[in-house]
Design a protein around this ligand. Structure first.
Ligand code: ADP
Ligand code: YYY
Length: 228
């Protein structure tokens, strides 16, 4: 039984998990687990080391022995990610790496290899956990579970604006297609598929401002955890 309070926020790509998790962790002064970053790092490491994406044993070995370090960034900035001592922060967050992550994430041995590492993030005073299976597999007894969704069209638009702001050349139709393919792979894999936990609160953020989504989540956390 986990005595450290955990809030899980799961959902598809572009639903706003990362944004809401960062705001919440900052507001509460809690730890943050970006579980997607772990799958991204395994995907990137596999590509760099030439490990085939269907070799689940070799991928799991890679996941279990990652030489990875997270260095806290400036206030408001994401932390830097170092793989084998090299700063890979930019590659880790690219759309291509998100796709690689969703390929390695279908393998049960890879997911098993990352379980202990993820659960180790639950430290006092609390944890906000961002991912696909935080509420259904990793932190099943979390007192607050949120499942964040938005239409695929709006998620693609959000990504388009985000990448454009970073100066990347992007194509909206291609982004929508990528999002739909990733949804399909994440939701239909046999192990830990993306779906709401039975006790999750589903929030549809389509057409809803970030501040309003955050308020809904914070109200729920306050009424469930912070009053007991
Ligand atoms: N409710 C919202 N309305 C509009 N834009 C949003 C909303 N939530 C998130 N965004 C924007 O969408 C982009 C993707 O959000 P992010 O939090 O990275 O999603 P995820 O972690 O689920 O992939 C970011 O640029 C973010 O600012
Ligand atoms: N807990 C998790 C987190 C991510 N994954 C996989 C599936 C996702 O498509 C990729 C990338 O996840 P990530 O949350 O970083 O991606 P988005 O920011 O939502 O685009 O990793 C997973 O299987 N389980």
């Amino acid at each position: 039984m986990n005595t450290v309070p955990v809030v899980t926020i799961d959902g598809p790509s572009g639903s706003g998990k990362g944004t809401i998790c960062q705001l919440l962790a900052k507001e509460l002064g809690w730890h943050l687990l970006d579980s997607g970053a772990l799958y991204r790092i395994v995907g990137l490491a596999a590509e760099r080391k030439g490990v085939p994406f269907d070799d689940d044993a070799a991928l799991a070995d890679l996941a279990a022995n990652l030489d990875v370090e997270f260095r806290p960034g400036e206030p408001g900035e994401p932390s830097a990610v170092l793989l084998d001592g090299e700063d890979i922060s930019n590659e880790v967050r690219s759309e291509t790496t998100g796709t690689l992550a969703s390929y390695v994430a279908v393998h049960n041995p890879v997911r098993d290899a990352l379980k202990g590492l993820q659960r180790g993030f639950a430290k006092s005073p609390g944890l906000v956990a961002d991912g696909r299976d935080m509420g259904t597999v990793i932190f099943t007894d979390a007192p607050v579970k949120i499942y964040l969704i938005a239409s695929a069209e709006e998620r693609a638009e959000r990504r388009y604006k985000q990448l454009k702001a970073k100066g990347e050349s992007v194509n909206l139709a291609a982004l929508l297609k990528d999002i739909q393919l990733r949804d399909e792979r994440d939701m239909n894999r046999p192990v830990a598929p993306l779906k709401p936990a039975d006790d999750a609160i589903v929030i549809d953020s389509t057409g809803t401002a970030i501040e309003d989504v955050f308020k809904q989540v914070l109200d729920k956390v306050k009424s469930t955890i912070l009053t007991v």
